[in-house]
Write a new protein. Structure first.
Length: 306
């Protein structure tokens, strides 16, 4: 009996020694979300979270297999005032549909927004927004901007991006400086422009536009697209397009500007427009319509008798 107990004790000690000497697998750096998740939809008010996530995916899949896509309005940049902002445009669009004779409507919201982009400055949505983008570029990731703005807003858009420290071309999809002329993307109906890593899509379906750009450039489809946008409908559009392609979409809704969006003062915006319109009209009369162009307000026929 003593011999049996001794042999069992010796066996247990040997097992303990063997376990202690076994190599320990290195711990993997945890991802903020499951990297294999298809069409992940997260939400954050900090671009750092999105940058960290993209960098961790690059560690897992390789930097050349991760594409990072940022929106502009209310994601990288925001207007200094409500007038001309994304939320102002959406309000005008809904007002046109619900009350086309309202005295709060501008003559042509898209043309007016172009004039306001020309006249107004923009601010970064968070102080280190440009730094977060550069972190990704310094790590060798491909980074582009995909915006619903059209090619007509090219000059205003690049002016404010550069003034706030954003430069996309060093790590953009090839050709890094883009195409010299606007083009109608496959599946689109309006001209888009891809220049220096900035893709101006004229309000078209962002999923179809991103796929069309990848096809046009001949770039390989990435393993993962990390996309940041303040509007869920744009994120869902990209998820819809890439479902079943083998490319995972890690979509992040950026909500830092939600309070500013909700706080839009419509009466103040209308008053600001009434005060600013004569100056913009005078600039256009003197210098021509090269920077912006909007028509005089014409009362719709159905509103003349009201």
């Amino acid at each position: 009996m003593r011999k049996l107990l001794f042999e069992m004790s010796a066996l247990m000690m040997l097992l303990v020694l063997l376990c202690a000497c076994a190599p320990v697998a290195p711990a993997q750096k945890p991802l903020l979300q499951n990297p294999s998740a298809q069409n992940l939809l997260g939400e954050t008010d900090d671009l750092t979270v999105i940058s960290d996530h993209a960098l961790q995916l690059a560690d897992r899949y390789g930097k050349d297999r991760v594409l990072v896509v940022f929106d502009i309005d209310n994601t990288l940049l925001a207007m200094e005032q409500g007038l001309g902002s994304d939320q102002w445009y959406d309000w005008q669009k809904e007002l046109q549909k619900d009350d086309p004779c309202s005295n709060m409507l501008v003559s042509d919201r898209l043309a007016v927004q172009g004039a306001l982009y020309f006249a107004s400055a923009m601010r970064p949505t968070q102080p280190d927004a440009a730094e977060q983008l550069r972190r990704l570029q310094d790590a060798g990731l491909t980074v582009i901007v995909l915006t619903s703005r059209g090619a007509d807003f090219r000059l205003q858009t690049f002016r404010e991006l550069r003034r706030n420290g954003f430069s996309l071309w060093p790590n953009a999809l090839p050709p890094r400086h883009g195409y010299p002329e606007p083009f109608i993307p496959e599946g689109g109906t309006r001209p888009a422009l891809y220049e220096d890593g900035v893709y101006l899509t004229a309000g078209q379906h962002k999923g179809d536009m991103l796929k069309a750009l990848l096809d046009k450039t001949g770039a390989a489809y990435p393993a993962v697209v990390v996309m940041a946008d303040d509007k869920k409908r744009n994120l869902r559009a990209v998820m819809e397009t890439f479902a079943g392609t083998g490319t995972s979409i890690h979509a992040w809704r950026y909500n830092r500007e939600d309070a500013a969006v909700a706080a839009l003062d419509r009466s103040a915006a209308r008053a600001q427009w009434d005060a600013l319109r004569p100056a913009l009209q005078q600039i256009q009369q003197v210098t021509g319509p090269d920077n912006f162009d909007f028509p005089e307000y014409v009362v719709p026929p159905e509103c003349e008798q009201l």
